[in-house]
Design a protein around this ligand. Structure first.
Ligand code: WT7
Length: 619
């Protein structure tokens, strides 16, 4: 998915004057000034945010920020406002109600069926959260206990997360598309004491999950004050060794990042109606469906459905129904809707739209242009936000009133973020360059550790380049200083914005008794961005049949989840290996992509392996 320099991507899209005038940050000069301050004096820059969020300084609080990114100088650590007290739920609900927003809508819930909807104000949300927090307490959940949540996109999911934060219990949400096996692995790894779930029959019916129990309990529940460095939540993300990592975020820093990125990147003003289409089970949903919007007292749409039901006009129908001002979605959804043609989009007004956001993978300039010109009628700035589960919030992103956009570029760093591009030897590259995308100092919302495995945290993110956080992505900086994220450079792949490790899928495949060996690579896909292409060598004497392919797909669906189901499973009589036995994935990627020139294969132990693979390849 690497971007090529061309006239298409080098076009400049400045924000309109009328947009900039009303924006929080209205010029590159203003951005640069704020940015410089955020790097030079982090404490001065972030202190007002901490105050707005109701974080309480105490005598325990020593340094505003303390950190080490170099394993050679001691353990890796990041701490913001350690010793100060906070409560996420208090900042998101109590404070907004005290400030007079109690009757404002927190969420317009739009169900899977277009006529199925409901509204929840800040006050109503507050009451539900307090009641449910008391339910949790009654079940013995205490401060510090971990709570697993496995729920669909319904208001009760937001209630459940906030109830956890209210009593200081970290949540660990498992995306509803994951299988029971994945749910089990995550519950065991995080040793959660309780699981909150729903009975799962919400399609087509009004959502009242958990309501019966909530109705019978106390409406008063004082927030439990926690240390800013206490755990707010765990969220599992794929790891290149196969075992998912429990990314751990803490309270104070994450709150500051969620609040400020939401405010500045979407330029949210009172009266705006914001809609992020992501599922809460992913980090995008945590930060930009629940926490970022609520901390800002925003009104959002919470959507249970999919872009194509009842038809391909659903997104635009929802935009018109609620007069959505900011829409935040993924390139894979944009490409899917683009394929359906412009006429469906043009059936709807979309006049309310002001800012369009994208996240999840590099957006190809064609999709960017379509989003801008067709969806936004050429009038809305596009924010292409680069970030990761690990970063907690946006790290490289345009600001809609300030940044002159280039289609396909995530542009410049957010406040407090210092991106560097390193070469293989860890040298910082300057000017126009391409290399490893890393960060040289912490912003408030960066992850603090991998749950239960600090060593894995250090090895994964800080070992390759001591002194830097390594994203695992490649990036290019152009002559104007714009950053272009080119995609993963490790054994991870990105299917419709969901990260998967090849190792995770491979180990699932070889669990099937009749499979001797497998290798999984990514293949470019017009809608999903990338899809899985698997090479499978059956055990001696076992035939490679359609039934085997079907069984393997089923296994992956069950073990990981439906989104991980491969598009291609090809017969591999033998895998291409070097003399030391390492599978040459570079060659497999080319075969999967349908290329005929496989590059240098001289280091292969068995040259004929490639020819037989070419004969069996799938299109
Ligand atoms: C990986 C992180 C962050 C929420 C969704 C995914 C890719 C994400 C962009 C973007 C280019 C992007 C990267 C990153 N990615 N956004 N705007 N441009 N690449 O979270 O599952 O932790 O995946 O998604 O490869 O490392 P995640």
């Amino acid at each position: 998915m690497a971007h090529r320099v061309g006239s298409l991507c080098e076009d400049l899209y400045p924000p309109s004057k009328s947009f900039s005038e009303k924006a929080f940050v209205s010029s590159m000069e203003e951005y640069s000034e704020m940015y410089a301050k955020s790097i030079r004096e982090p404490a001065t820059f972030w202190r007002p945010t901490a105050e707005i969020l109701g974080i309480k300084s105490t005598s325990e609080e020593k340094d505003f920020v303390s950190w080490n990114f170099n394993p050679q100088k001691g353990p890796i650590h990041v701490e913001w406002l350690k010793g100060a007290q906070a409560n996420m739920c208090y900042s998101a609900l109590d404070l907004n109600i005290q400030r007079g927003l109690g009757d404002n809508v927190a969420f317009y819930w739009e169900g899977n069926e277009p006529e199925d909807d409901s509204v929840m104000t800040y006050k109503q949300l507050f009451v539900e959260v307090c009641k449910f927090a008391n339910v949790l307490k009654k079940h013995g959940v205490k401060k510090g206990d971990r709570v697993a949540i496995y729920m669909p996109m319904v208001p009760s999911l937001v209630v459940a997360m906030l109830a956890c934060t209210r009593i200081g219990a970290p949540h660990s949400i498992v995306f509803g598309g994951f299988s029971s096996g994945s749910l089990k692995d995550r519950i065991i790894d995080s040793s959660c004491s309780i699981l909150i779930t729903a009975d799962g029959v919400y399609r087509g019916t009004k959502c009242v999950a958990l309501k019966d129990i909530c109705d019978q309990v106390d409406e008063v529940c004082e927030p439990e004050w926690v240390d800013c460095e206490d755990t707010l939540f765990l969220l599992y993300t794929s790891g290149s060794t196969g075992k998912p990592k429990g990314v751990l975020h803490t309270t104070g820093g994450y709150m500051m990042t969620a609040y400020s990125t939401f405010k500045y990147v979407f330029d949210y003003h009172p009266g705006d109606i914001y809609w992020c289409t992501a599922d809460i089970g992913w980090i995008t949903g945590h930060t930009y469906v629940t926490y970022g919007p609520l901390l800002n007292g925003a009104t959002s749409v919470l959507f249970e459905g999919v872009p194509t039901y009842p038809d391909g006009g659903r997104f635009w129908a929802v935009v018109d129904k609620y007069k959505v001002t900011q829409l935040y979605t993924a390139p894979t959804a944009i490409r899917l809707l683009m394929k359906m043609g412009d006429s469906i989009v043009k059936r709807y007004s979309r006049k309310s739209l002001k800012v369009l956001g994208t996240v999840g993978e590099p957006i190809n300039p064609e999709a960017w242009m379509w989003y801008h010109h067709v969806v936004g009628d050429s009038g809305c700035p596009i924010v292409d936000t680069f970030w990761q589960t690990e970063t907690g919030g946006h790290v490289i992103t345009p600001l809609p009133g300030a940044t002159v956009a280039k289609p396909g570029s995530a542009t410049f760093p957010f406040f407090g973020v210092v991106p560097v591009i390193l070469d293989e030897n860890g040298r910082e590259l300057n000017g126009e360059c391409e290399g490893y995308l890393c960060f040289s100092q912490p912003w408030p919302g960066i992850m603090r550790t991998v749950f239960g495995d600090h060593e894995r945290f250090e090895t994964t993110y800080f070992k390759k380049f001591p002194g830097y956080y390594t994203t695992g992505d490649g990036a290019r900086r152009d002559t104007d200083g714009y950053i272009w994220v080119t995609g993963r450079i490790d054994d991870m792949l990105n299917v419709s914005g969901h990260l998967l490790s090849t190792a995770e899928v491979e180990s699932c495949l070889v669990e099937e008794q009749s499979v001797a060996e497998s290798a999984v690579v990514s293949r470019p896909h017009p809608v999903k961005g990338e899809c899985l292409y698997c090479f499978v060598t059956p055990m001696d004497g076992v035939a490679f049949t359609d039934a085997l392919v079907a069984a393997l797909k089923e296994r992956i669906r069950e073990k990981i989840g439906p989104f991980a189901c491969p598009d291609f499973i090809q017969y591999a009589p033998v895998l291409p290996k070097t003399r030391s036995g390492k599978i040459m994935r570079r060659v497999l990627r080319k075969i999967a992509a349908g290329e005929t020139n496989l590059g240098d294969v001289s280091t292969l132990a068995d040259q004929s392996s490639v020819e037989s693979l070419m004969r069996h390849r799938l299109d």
